[in-house]
Write a protein that binds this ligand. Structure first.
Ligand SMILES: Cc1cc2nc3c(=O)[nH]c(=O)nc-3n(C[C@H](O)[C@H](O)[C@H](O)COP(=O)(O)OP(=O)(O)OC[C@H]3O[C@@H](n4cnc5c(N)ncnc54)[C@H](O)[C@@H]3O)c2cc1C
Length: 391
């Protein structure tokens, strides 16, 4: 029987980040990953927020910077949103996963591919794994939104989800490459949005909707085809998956065990962005677990809890949008008002929340005359593309 300090179930963003930092801090670390190859069955669009660039030293070849958001109303009017100090990245997801895996392995992490976490129990300060010749002092569940580790140890479970689907096309020539194209449509993307992302050597077209409604990607493609001629093209691949949207689960840690990433519901309840929280908390957890096992430091679950965003504003908006879905007609009417633009601006660009100084600075700029543009670019040109139909 081989004993590890730390075993992580799942080699996604959170699992790899946690394992890498634990190994760098001298923990003998193993990941169990059910896929046979880390670059297969990718389920995420892979849009990264600016914060990750500040924290993670990503090579330029893996990312493409995108500076703004073009937000479309249900009637396909649009406004452009910017923030002077905020941006996003499209990524080459298979290569990014490969890069993260290589970094973890270079730090000393061992990975067993094609090995699913099935069950284990905690006995005499060790997690004992059924059907595997291994045991460990600390176990971390990074096994996604429907975590088996959470079920096994009776930890908190995600209760509300979005379902997302995305198709990848060749690069669309007439798509503005410096913007995330985001579409509001309560009928097609209830509780969420649809998107077209100018990706790396491709265009990603997708939408998500509140579970259990099925996402109707073909209908969305038909709707935007007058703008982008998508219906004449064939996608070369698809990605799909569930996104927890109820905020962090109630109990994500217990004695010598922790959940991270989607398994712990550490996803922005409104935007569905989970990569940054997965990497950020994964790294904090890896270090804290090492400190706990090596130096008797405080419980790592407590350390991670302190670092978690509260998502107050986004949870309230998620709750409201679930309870009182905004009809498309109302979106169309509110679309060009400063209040609407402020809310959109805050959701897309201010991960530090509604009460951050940056959010209010941008609001002041929204109220400035448009002639100030582009010196203070925030929300400026609006428009309607030729061929767009009013519904
Ligand atoms: C369609 C879609 C688009 C998205 N787009 C974005 C986006 O653009 N930006 C963003 O920030 N977030 C996005 N998200 C959310 C983001 O993908 C997740 O929040 C993020 O991947 C969470 O990382 P994770 O490591 O917690 O889990 P995952 O990435 O889900 O990784 C879990 C890993 O565990 C493995 N696994 C599962 N069960 C077991 C088991 N029993 N044993 C062993 N291994 C197991 C899986 O194979 C997988 O490798 C999107 C999600 C979806 C569904």
């Amino acid at each position: 029987m081989k004993e590890y300090d730390l075993i992580v179930a799942g080699a996604g963003f959170s699992g790899l980040a946690c394992a890498e930092l634990a190994a760098k801090n001298n923990l003998n670390t193993l990941i169990l990953e059910r896929k046979y190859n880390i670059t297969k069955n990718i389920h995420t669009s892979g849009i990264l927020v600016k914060e990750i660039a500040e924290e993670w030293n990503l090579p330029a070849r893996l990312t493409k910077r995108i500076n703004g958001v073009r937000l479309y109303s249900p009637a396909l009017d649009w406004i452009d949103l910017y923030s002077t100090d905020y941006y996003f990245f499209a990524t080459d997801m298979p290569d990014l996963m490969q890069w993260q895996t290589e970094h973890a392995m270079a730090a000393g992490v061992k990975i067993r591919f094609e090995t699913s976490y099935k069950s284990s129990k905690y006995l005499n300060s060790r997690h004992l794994f059924e059907n595997e010749d291994i045991r460990c002092r600390y176990l971390v569940g990074c096994d996604g939104a429907r975590s088996r580790v959470a079920r096994q140890y009776d930890l908190g479970k995600n209760r509300s989800y979005l379902i997302g689907i995305e198709a990848e096309y060749r690069t669309l020539e007439d798509l503005d490459q410096d913007k995330l194209h985001v579409f509001l449509d309560t009928g097609l993307a209830s509780g969420y949005i649809a998107w077209i992302v100018p990706g790396m050597d491709c265009t990603q077209v997708g939408l998500a909707t509140r579970f259990p409604a099925a996402p109707r990607l073909q209908e969305f493609i038909r709707k935007v085809s007058p703008l982008f001629n998508l219906d004449r093209m064939q996608p070369f691949s698809h990605r799909a998956g569930v996104i927890p949207c109820g905020g962090p689960v109630n109990k994500f840690y217990s004695e010598n065990i922790m959940l991270l990433g989607d398994a712990a519901g550490m996803v922005s309840p409104l935007t569905g962005g989970g990569i940054y929280p997965a990497v950020h908390t994964g790294r904090i957890a890896g270090e804290a677990i090492a400190d706990y096992l090596n130096n008797d430091a405080p419980d790592p679950g407590f350390i991670v809890q302190k670092s978690l965003p509260r998502f107050y504003f986004k949870k309230v908006l998620r709750h409201l949008s679930d309870k009182i879905p905004i009809p498309d007609r109302l979106y169309n009417r509110l679309f060009h008002t400063p209040l609407f633009q402020f809310i959109a601006q805050t959701i897309f660009f201010h991960h530090r929340g509604l009460f951050s100084r940056a959010a209010w600075r941008d609001f002041a700029r929204i109220l400035e005359p448009v002639s100030e543009f582009p010196a203070s670019r925030v929300a400026a040109p609006t428009g309607r593309k030729q061929g767009a139909r009013r519904r």
